[in-house]
Design a protein around this ligand. Sequence first.
Ligand SMILES: O=P(O)(O)OC[C@H]1O[C@H](O[C@H]2O[C@H](CO)[C@@H](O)[C@H](O)[C@H]2O)[C@H](O)[C@@H](O)[C@@H]1O
Length: 386
Amino acid sequence: MDLKPNHSSPVLTDPIPINKSRLGIHSNLLSYPQSGGSLSPGKYKMTPRKKPAKLDDVRSNGWLDAMKSSSPPRKKLIKGFNIEVAADDIDIAYHSWMIKYPSALKSFEQISKHAKNKKIAVFLDYDGTLSPIVDDPDRAFMSDAMRSAVRNVAKYFPTAIISGRSRDKVYELVGLTELFYAGSHGMDIMGPVKHTESDDGHPNCVRSIDQEGKEVNLFQPAREFIPMIDEVFRTLVENTKDIKGAKVENHKFCTSVHYRNVEEKNWPIIAQCVHDILKDYPRLRLTHGRKVLEVRPVIDWNKGKAVEFLLESLGLSDRDDVLPIYIGDDKTDEDAFKVLKEGNMGYGILVSSVPKESNAIFSVRDPSEVKKFLKALVRWKRLEEA
Ligand SMILES: O=P(O)(O)OC[C@H]1O[C@H](O[C@H]2O[C@H](CO)[C@@H](O)[C@H](O)[C@H]2O)[C@H](O)[C@@H](O)[C@@H]1O
């Protein structure tokens, strides 16, 4: 086996090993033009475009509607004398929604019955799942109680965090060495070393060493995009610098533009900045998160593929005795819910305090219910083993 770090071209051009092909890592999906030359600024742009932006673009293509509906409304927004009626309506809607997405806490007995004699693997999103949503992304800390719940879960079940943030950042926030981490929506996975032939020579998979000095596999299917994302990050920082409240984050394989703290009248400007980038960089695409626009490579890779990849690395794929559980709150978590649902292999649990269509099977209201669920899992396992 010869997995070389700093492989000259991480773009897959050779025939794909069968199992990788099944995971969807096809060369044509990673057909980013091979450079060979130096990575000078602006190198990845298709055509230089002149500002100012045309706001009509984003008004007509539904971006603004998606931006408005991207995070749950809060009850405090309900104004005037109708407040109680409206709040009641929300509760009624929530309770009827829960018929379709029952509480994972109330359904715990059903879940644990199904888990009997099975190996559970736990996958967790970070923001909105382990930490509450806050205005400043740099202050989205998880509580010590949540950290200890996650640590205990990881003692009993293989556990991974799959976040939209960069892997380094999410590791810094969680601070537990007992877990596997996947950053940038699964485009940066530090997973277990699997000593099988299938790892051989995969250009996006390199051996690395984790914080503990343990040998790990680093899988980065969008490696080739790092300089492009960096360039786009710098452009977005520059183009949004005069928009009060805007914040741009570089997650190495994707970049996020936050508008949570931007006045709504300026959202079209934010949207247009991102829209212009996508016109200039046709190999990048947009996904919506909670009051955030995310620009990422056009590759067939997402949190769902990351779950499949990790299950395979853990030796837990294609087995009837494995029950993966994925907990997440965001649109990008839907890819993972879908993989579990379509593969009929485990449970997606949506974290939401408002009704939402989802591919999840169960729901919990907020991170405090996530914590209760994790603790219940550990209690159940301890009793099983007693
Ligand atoms: O996949 P995740 O771990 O859920 O990460 C998704 C995004 O989370 C962060 O943004 C979100 O949380 C912030 C802190 O609560 C909040 O201020 C922001 O409005 C949310 O969108 C993170 O900053 C993003 O980069 C992640 O992509």
